[in-house]
Ligand binder design. Structure first.
Ligand code: FES
Length: 311
């Protein structure tokens, strides 16, 4: 198995083990978050010739030039000499401007910071050495603050702190924005269907408002799933529906969304679909949309990462 050389020590990797897992197994404390290639919390540096291709996906041109790679995605193919990266330089401060509980399990957090973003992208939010990704629900041209909808887990490494101990006025560190789950301007006359589960509706709300802001002319419909038939964001949907006849929505439990989709639409040919939620939800709904005639290039998805017990 390849060896990992890191800070004057050498660590043996196990079969199919990522660089991140090798270091953690040897009790080396390096930052990480999603373990899925999304948050970029686990960035390390190595000689380019030693970096497998697939573990630099999503990195900026500047990071590629510096031979950065994602440790959680890197299964070494040869011995690697790796160096830590000062992730501090990639973070900026964001002040907590507002906290609001939609209900006992969903928090709205509004942050003030100097950042350019597109609604639907996500940021990585840090507390100490732990990082989590959250999608952005607000539209930069319309809203002064970054808005995140956060599902609160009692033992969540980040969400429990955001709900219980972080106060308005506190400063947090964020990184990003990342991702391309955003409104696409190429066809204002194409009907939009957006389908979300849980806080997966947060980026969808941003994308809808961004589309309206960019004079999207076709109808826009939202299917929103939650743990109960009424979504935590019902009020926001109603306000949007009252503001324009172009937008409509239906909400139901997550389990019923697929049935609702098939009952509502006999065909999705020609429509653009945005889907956001947990992995199994997104995969199931994507398949249904495809079976209803949507073109694969018109199905745009964002999967939330399952942090299980830890968030
Ligand atoms: S932990 Fe590697 S990208 Fe998130």
């Amino acid at each position: 198995m390849p060896d990992i050389y890191f800070k004057d020590s050498v660590y043996s990797s196990a079969a199919d083990e990522s660089v991140l897992d090798t270091l953690l197994r040897h009790n080396i404390a390096i930052p990480y978050g999603c373990r899925a290639g999304a948050c970029q919390a686990c960035i390390l540096q190595a000689d380019q010739s030693q970096i497998p291709e697939h573990c630099q996906q999503g990195l900026s041109a500047q990071y590629l030039k510096q031979d950065y790679f994602l440790a959680c995605q890197c299964i070494p193919e040869q011995d690697m000499q790796i160096k830590p990266v000062d992730t501090q330089t990639q973070k900026i401060n964001a002040n907590v401007s507002e906290k609001f509980l939609f209900n006992e399990r969903t928090l709205r957090l509004r942050l003030s910071c100097r950042l350019r973003w597109r609604a639907g992208q996500y940021i990585t939010l840090w507390i100490d050495k732990t990082a989590r990704c959250y999608s952005i629900a607000s539209v930069a041209q319309l809203d002064p603050l970054i808005e995140l909808h956060i599902r609160a887990y009692p033992t969540g490494a980040i969400s429990s702190q955001l709900v219980n101990s972080i106060k308005v006025g506190d400063s947090l560190q964020i990184q990003g924005p990342l991702g391309s789950f955003v409104y696409r301007h190429d066809n204002a006359e194409q009907k939009l269907l957006l389908i979300g589960a849980g806080t997966g509706v947060a980026p969808l709300l941003g994308i809808i408002r961004d589309a309206l802001h960019h004079q999207h002319t076709a109808d826009i419909h939202l299917l929103a799933g939650d743990q109960t038939p009424i979504s935590y964001a019902e009020k926001a949907f109603q306000e949007l529906q009252n503001s324009t006849a172009q937008f409509s929505y239906q909400s139901d439990t997550v389990e019923n969304i697929d049935t609702l989709l098939k009952a509502q639409f006999s065909t999705l040919r020609g429509q653009r679909i945005y889907i956001c939620g947990g992995e199994s939800f997104v995969q199931k709904i994507r398949k249904s949309c495809f079976m209803l005639g949507a073109s694969p290039r018109d199905i745009i998805t964002e999967e939330f990462i399952n942090f299980s017990k830890n968030d």
